[in-house]
Design a protein around this ligand. Sequence first.
Ligand SMILES: *[C@@H]1O[C@H](CO)[C@@H](O)[C@H](O)[C@H]1NC(C)=O
Ligand SMILES: *[C@@H]1O[C@H](CO)[C@@H](O)[C@H](O)[C@H]1NC(C)=O
Ligand SMILES: *[C@@H]1O[C@H](CO)[C@@H](O)[C@H](O)[C@H]1NC(C)=O
Ligand SMILES: *[C@@H]1O[C@H](CO)[C@@H](O)[C@H](O)[C@H]1NC(C)=O
Length: 367
Amino acid sequence: MKIILLFTLFLAIGLCFLILSMHMAGFFDLDAIIKRARCVPPPCHGEEITLDRWIKPPTNVTHNMTDEELFWRASLLPQVDKYPYERVPKVAFMFLTRGPLPLSPLWDSFFRGHQGKYSIYVHALPNYRPDFPSTSAFYGRQIPSQVAEWGKMSMCDAERRLLANALLDMANERFVLLSESCIPLYNFSVIYDYLIHSRHSFVGSFDDPGRDGRGRYNPNMVPQVHITQWRKGAQWFEVDRKLAVFLVQDTKYYPKFKEFCKPACYVDEHYFPTMLNIELPQRIANRSVTWVDWSRGGSHPATFGRDDITAAFLKRTVEAKNCVYNDQSTSICFLFARKFAPSALEPLLQFAPILLGFDHYKSNSQT
Ligand SMILES: *[C@@H]1O[C@H](CO)[C@@H](O)[C@H](O)[C@H]1NC(C)=O
Ligand SMILES: *[C@@H]1O[C@H](CO)[C@@H](O)[C@H](O)[C@H]1NC(C)=O
Ligand SMILES: *[C@@H]1O[C@H](CO)[C@@H](O)[C@H](O)[C@H]1NC(C)=O
Ligand SMILES: *[C@@H]1O[C@H](CO)[C@@H](O)[C@H](O)[C@H]1NC(C)=O
């Protein structure tokens, strides 16, 4: 009798384990089964509607929405300013790349320890299959993508697709566009605070009277855009949530730029800077937070590789400059830098404790 009792007990424990491990392994959703079992038929009025349903970010960034469907969904905007729950604002890091992200190990150490304050989105060529380890911040963050060509409207489409996907997460408050050749210049806390507390979005926008500025303007853009409103700025922008929605919902300027700004008019350098200059000039800082070196001349900025990465070089990129931040002067102008070749990774990782700690770096520069 005792043996049978013991045997039954073991069997019961074993069964429990089996069910639990199957649940863990994702064979079935135990919670759903319990919920369904509790919901005795009939009547059963479907799923409970809770606040969570509207504020929880999608757990998986893949979806089958078309751009039209996605942009519509992304443009839904709360009309009540105050969030009725404790909202920790996040920075959305949006990587626009053809495929691999060779500098991802540097970014991974940048993000480490800051879960809940950032989210990552990667737009690559549609058939590109990334192979990030599940420990990487980039794992499973590739959004449904399409081919994007430099200087063409498909590039702006990709940028808007990134914004729209990031807007699906209600916690995302700032949206920064980066490429596979970008690096951070400060640690996460410094960059996070700088962006979250800024009253302006960092979009470069200036009036260039020359051939590569006003020279690219097409008079057919009237009445939406007059030549005096035409602006130029680097593609690598940073915007807040309101501007992100504004860029995604645009149907007024889009057709004009698509038709009348084709190479040698590089639409990614004009569409957002011009549109924001016309509609929301007070909300942009008219400068980018991404450092780039044009000093070597030519039509492409300098790319830095293994031999370029020295303490002196890094000092030069973050060196005290004079910029305006929230209407006050600051020495921090740039938060990110480009362009860095894959060969730069190794020396950059060596400098990372200094670079991403920055403190030590600053005291170095004073001696
Ligand atoms: C997305 O998937 C749903 C359900 O599987 C289907 O009804 C819908 O037509 C799909 N949409 C697109 C654009 O493929
Ligand atoms: C997201 O969903 C897709 C399709 O349903 C699936 O193939 C993919 O593995 C999922 N990704 C993650 C990180 O769960
Ligand atoms: C950016 O430029 C616009 C138009 O020239 C101006 O109205 C706006 O105040 C500028 N932004 C800042 C932060 O100075
Ligand atoms: C980030 O850098 C700032 C400025 O140098 C420093 O005060 C802070 O302690 C650093 N934070 C971390 C987590 O390293």
